[in-house]
Design a protein around this ligand. Structure first.
Ligand SMILES: C[C@@](CO)(OP(=O)(O)O)[C@H](O)COP(=O)(O)OP(=O)(O)OC[C@H]1O[C@@H](n2ccc(N)nc2=O)[C@H](O)[C@@H]1O
Ligand SMILES: Nc1ncnc2c1ncn2[C@@H]1O[C@H](COP(=O)(O)OP(=O)(O)O)[C@@H](O)[C@H]1O
Length: 309
């Protein structure tokens, strides 16, 4: 086989309820993931050793400066994991085309890891070796990061534990989103640490997270307005504390007619839910004019997870 290309979506968190910190340093979550039509693409081609190249996708203005091009890239780690499991040398050149903002709270690194798992498993698929099943890939994904299994699955799903134990959620129709990216990312561990600090300072211990009934009803009925009112992100106060300018971005989107406005995961990307495709185009133009974001991206969800092209 010459090469395999895999397309993989970004995510937004519809509910991110953060429970108490565990002994292993992670937090127990209820993490309702939603995959949206903003895609990275990873191509795996046979090579003598493990090589990584990273570029911005055509027509994308994503800043790729912070993405490692060595073995520390999550896609390279995924390739090594697959090679180890299959007992082959990790001889592969990984070309990563990014449209998902880096360190933006949209799980771009996890997406690339999921794409590399699928691409390498396909590249090294051989009748003489055991085949990696979907469950095998989900298990390898969970070793790489809490958000990686969801990037394999896509759609809309409830994640518990660290966010890696997934159940698909019932959802009707398509939701339309506008994303406002920020100049410079936020570190996920730093945002969780700030969340803990704020809770300690306010003497508000974390409650055990539960799936929001309002959110599940909104998803099942496909009503954007109800979904917008049900969006939850426990990391939002921490992201706003670390990046106060996001308050204005969220308020501007709300004032301009978004039916829901929330920081995406650990931020700093802000996600705005709108009623339909026309509203998405209108809000994107208005937000662009307001100058509250680095870049404005329109997307729809749910979409499937990592897919071989
Ligand atoms: C916050 C979320 C929301 O979906 O993603 P982003 O918004 O950053 O994309 C996730 O929980 C991030 O998942 P992911 O980026 O895969 O995190 P990991 O690599 O597993 O962990 C990075 C660090 O985040 C913190 N972490 C992550 C998951 C979790 N349940 N509890 C945590 O406390 C820990 O400090 C950990 O060391
Ligand atoms: N393939 C990759 N794409 C993006 N970032 C990567 C990748 N591999 C490793 N990283 C590292 O992971 C960090 C978090 O990246 P990312 O997944 O884009 O953000 P987030 O966790 O906010 O969704 C980056 O700052 C970068 O140092």
């Amino acid at each position: 086989m010459t090469s395999v290309s895999v397309r993989v979506p970004a995510k937004v968190n519809l509910q991110l309820s953060v429970g108490p910190i565990r002994d292993d340093g992670y937090h127990d979550l209820v993490n309702v993931f939603h995959a949206v039509s903003l895609f990275d693409e990873v191509t795996a081609a046979p090579a003598a050793g493990l090589e990584v190249s990273v570029e911005a996708a055509p027509h994308s203005r994503v800043a790729i400066g912070g993405v490692p091009t060595d073995g520390g890239n999550l896609a390279a780690r995924a390739a090594r994991l697959v090679a180890g499991r299959l007992g082959v040398e990790p001889g592969v050149a990984l070309r990563i085309r990014k449209a998902i903002p880096v360190a933006g709270g949209m799980a771009g690194g996890s997406a690339d890891a999921a794409a590399a798992l699928v691409a390498c498993a396909r590249l090294w698929d051989d009748r003489d070796r055991p085949v990696l099943t979907r469950d095998d890939l989900l298990e390898l994904g969970a070793e790489l990061g809490s958000d990686v299994p969801f990037a394999l699955l896509g759609g809309t799903a409830i994640g518990v534990g660290r966010g890696e134990r997934l159940t698909p959620a019932l959802s009707r129709g398509t939701f339309h989103w506008v994303f406002a990216t920020a100049d410079g990312g936020l570190s996920t561990p730093a945002v969780y640490a700030e969340c803990d600090r704020l809770r300690e300072a306010g003497e508000r211990p974390a409650a055990w997270p539960r799936v929001s009934e309002d959110l599940m009803t909104a998803l099942a009925t496909g009503d954007a307005k109800t979904l917008g009112a049900a969006l939850v992100n426990d990391l939002q106060p921490a992201a706003l504390a670390l990046r106060p300018s996001l308050r204005r971005t969220l308020a501007t989107g709300r004032d301009l007619g978004a039916v829901g406005a929330v920081v995406s995961g650990s931020g700093p990307t802000c996600a705005f839910l709108v009623a339909n495709e026309e509203h998405a185009a209108d809000l994107a133009a208005d937000l662009d004019g307001a100058g509250v974001a680095e870049q404005i991206v329109v997307a729809a969800g749910p979409v499937p997870g990592a897919t071989v092209l």
